[in-house]
Design a binder for this molecule. Structure first.
Ligand code: ADP
Length: 627
């Protein structure tokens, strides 16, 4: 038996590793199963180039838990190692790898948020084990080797009697890690990290019921057999060519990824690039409402089919983190911090590629089947609008597929909308006026009034819409957006002729005085001659103030800290209405006040502004009136 001392500069590398990676001990299993996978794939390669003259067979990796013996076994049928190779790869390569990792990690640990802790490799075994054994037999005609190490730099290496090719790693689980001896813990980890690894992974057995034979007697009892319980799918959809996959295959894969998700995705985007970087994956657009709810099932990042993380911040453009699916790329550096990621050139390229692919796919979907795209619009708009705000490249491409629906479900692209508005919605400066509603119910009367005048009214109801409107306006689009309940829309749209006022200037001045006596200060009274059938009192809000307020509430755009801007309203009074005349001609001051207040409350009610005590008082007063 040979014994030796591993040459490391840090005497106690293991306690350090353990300490630094305190929260991620569980990755040992991923690392060891990955090593078994690598060993198997290497053998396959050696056979294919004629270097190894052995039978490949149907190799699997087996994970076994020995609860009584407090051991976990990880067994592969890969290329194995000779004693010399153990000396070289385990004592030298793996150790130096561990040291190097530690060096790197110590620096970047300051900058929290390292992804995945990849690359620690074999030595991660010591995060959970107090002693590790390797029993390995190379595919070469050499005796098997048995290596043992208790975590100190001393090891033993002796011959073993293993005859089958491959490597068995035996972990003697430490007292503080006994939780890993739970079957459910291990199957949970295999499911998390190894679900799509390319070599079948066996964990325990399964009882399978055999089909009933045709000539079975009445009292036949189904026979059962014990079969290997394979926990992974070695050929997940993203590793295949899009041409090999049907729509159903994509949907099935979605269910495989998110077994608890019952809603079907709206569409998928298959990513596949091998130059100048390697990236495959499938992204799905889930059904999203108007609220940007916190995502539970997130995009998963893999490297060569090994799960790394579901925190893809910095890799996928932020607006696409609302999507689901898988990205697999060996070119994403993993032992760097988040800020390091953002500075990385390759990562920036990957992020740009994904943005471009998503834009291209959306454009294609729009062109192939516009009706279908329109139907899905409400479920995807939030992502797209957010993308337009946050990624300039996406904004530039968005014209080809981003839609602006009207309150009556006609969908315009921006160009189509401009054509439409040219007909009769321009203001005095020649700008096209886009009228929009943010809520069909709350702004119902305003929408109806605008439609009656023949105006086109859009329904723009995303929580971030005010930011987008602002951006489009500032983008030399020749458009100006006005919500239907804003400073009276007729002022903004150029009109052929104004309605003649029934009141003289003196009468108007008198009316204004009477109104201002009873109307709260937050309202600025505006008199306007409108059609006599139009509403007598209308409350509007200055578009600019309201929009700024909304923007500050939804964040971004440097609008923080403007949350407590005052509420400001206009009270537009139709001087041609009968009510205006009544107010003007009522001598009794009490009765006049009554009229004004009741009318104001009605106007407030239609704008959803009458609440609480004021609403109660209004209802009571109204009942009195009809008694
Ligand atoms: P890495 O896998 O990143 O090279 P590791 O520390 O995990 O680093 O392993 C070091 C080396 O030990 C590997 O490169 C490989 O040559 C060898 N090795 C580890 N596990 C196995 C295994 N199951 N079968 C064959 N060789 C292995």
């Amino acid at each position: 038996m040979a014994t030796g001392k591993i040459n490391v500069s840090v005497e106690n590398i293991f306690p350090l590793i353990k300490k630094f990676l305190y929260s991620d001990h569980e990755i040992f299993l991923r690392e060891l199963v990955s090593n078994g996978t690598d060993a198997t794939l290497k053998l396959k390669h050696l056979i294919s180039i004629g270097e190894a003259k052995v039978e490949y067979g149907n190799p699997i990796i087996e994970v076994k838990v020995d609860k009584e013996g407090k051991k976990i076994h990880i067994i592969d049928q890969g290329l194995g190692m000779t004693a010399d190779e153990v000396e070289k790869y385990i004592n030298q390569v793996a150790f130096s790898g561990a040291e190097e990792f530690l060096d790197k990690y110590k620096d970047s640990a300051k900058d929290s948020g390292i992804i995945g802790h990849f690359g620690l490799g074999f030595y991660s075994a010591f995060m959970v084990a107090e002693k590790v054994e390797i029993i390995t037999k190379s595919y070469k005609d050499e005796p098997a080797a048995h290596w043992t190490c208790d975590g100190s730099p001393e090891f033993t290496l002796e011959p073993a009697d293993k005859t089958s090719r491959g490597t068995e790693i035996i972990l003697h689980i430490a007292e503080d890690s006994l939780e890993f001896l739970d079957d459910s813990k291990i199957s949970g980890l295999l499911n998390k990290y190894n679900k799509f690894m390319p070599i079948p992974i066996k964990f325990g057995t399964r009882t399978e019921t055999l089909p009933k034979p045709e000539d079975a007697p009445e009292d036949y009892v189904n026979e059962t057999v014990e079969t290997d319980n394979i926990i992974n799918n070695p050929n997940p959809a993203w590793t295949k060519q899009p041409s090999e996959l049907s729509d159903e295959d994509y949907k099935n894969f979605y269910r495989e990824l998110y077994p608890m998700q019952f809603e079907e995705p709206l569409f998928h985007i298959h990513l596949n690039v091998d130059y100048p970087f390697n990236l495959t994956g499938i992204l799905y657009f889930p059904k999203l409402g108007t609220d940007m709810q916190i995502q539970k099932d997130k995009i998963q990042l893999y490297q060569n089919q090994v799960y790394v993380t579901d925190n893809v911040e910095g890799i996928v453009p932020e607006f696409l983190t609302m999507l689901k699916g898988v990205i697999d790329s060996p070119d994403i550096p993993l032992n760097v911090s988040r800020s390091g990621l953002q500075a990385d050139g390759a990562v920036k390229k990957i992020s740009n590629y994904i943005t471009r692919k998503v834009a291209d796919k959306l454009k294609a979907l729009f062109n192939e089947n516009r009706a279908d795209f329109e139907q899905k619009w409400n479920d995807i708009k939030i992502v797209l609008e957010y993308g337009m705000l946050s990624e300039e490249k996406f904004y530039e491409k968005a014209g080809a597929f981003v839609l602006y629906p009207t309150v009556d479900d006609t969908y315009f692209t921006l160009e189509e909308l401009k054509e439409k508005l040219k007909e009769n919605q321009t203001d005095k400066d020649g700008k096209l006026v886009v009228l929009y509603a943010g809520n069909k119910d709350a702004q119902h009367s305003y929408i109806e009034a605008a439609k009656d005048k023949g105006y086109e009214v859009l329904l723009l109801d995303s929580p971030i819409i005010s930011h987008l409107i602002q951006k489009i306006e500032n983008d030399n689009s020749g458009l100006t957006f006005v919500r239907v309940d804003s400073d009276h829309i007729d002022n903004l749209i150029k009109k052929e002729e104004n309605t003649i006022s029934k009141l003289s200037d003196d009468e108007k001045a008198a009316l204004k005085t009477s109104l201002e006596a009873y109307i709260p200060k937050a309202y600025s009274v505006q008199l306007e001659a409108m059609d006599s059938q139009a509403a007598p009192f209308i409350i509007t809000q200055p578009e600019f103030m309201r929009r700024m307020k909304e923007m500050s509430q939804t964040g971004g755009g440097g609008m923080f800290g403007m949350g407590n801007m005052p509420e400001m309203y206009n009270l537009v009074v139709n001087t041609n209405s009968d009510l205006a005349s009544s107010i003007l001609n009522t001598e009794d001051k009490t009765h006049q006040e009554h009229l004004v207040k009741q009318a104001l409350d009605l106007a407030k009610l239609s704008q959803n502004l009458l609440k609480g005590e004021a609403l109660t008082a209004f209802v009571k007063r109204s009942f009195e009136m009809i008694k």
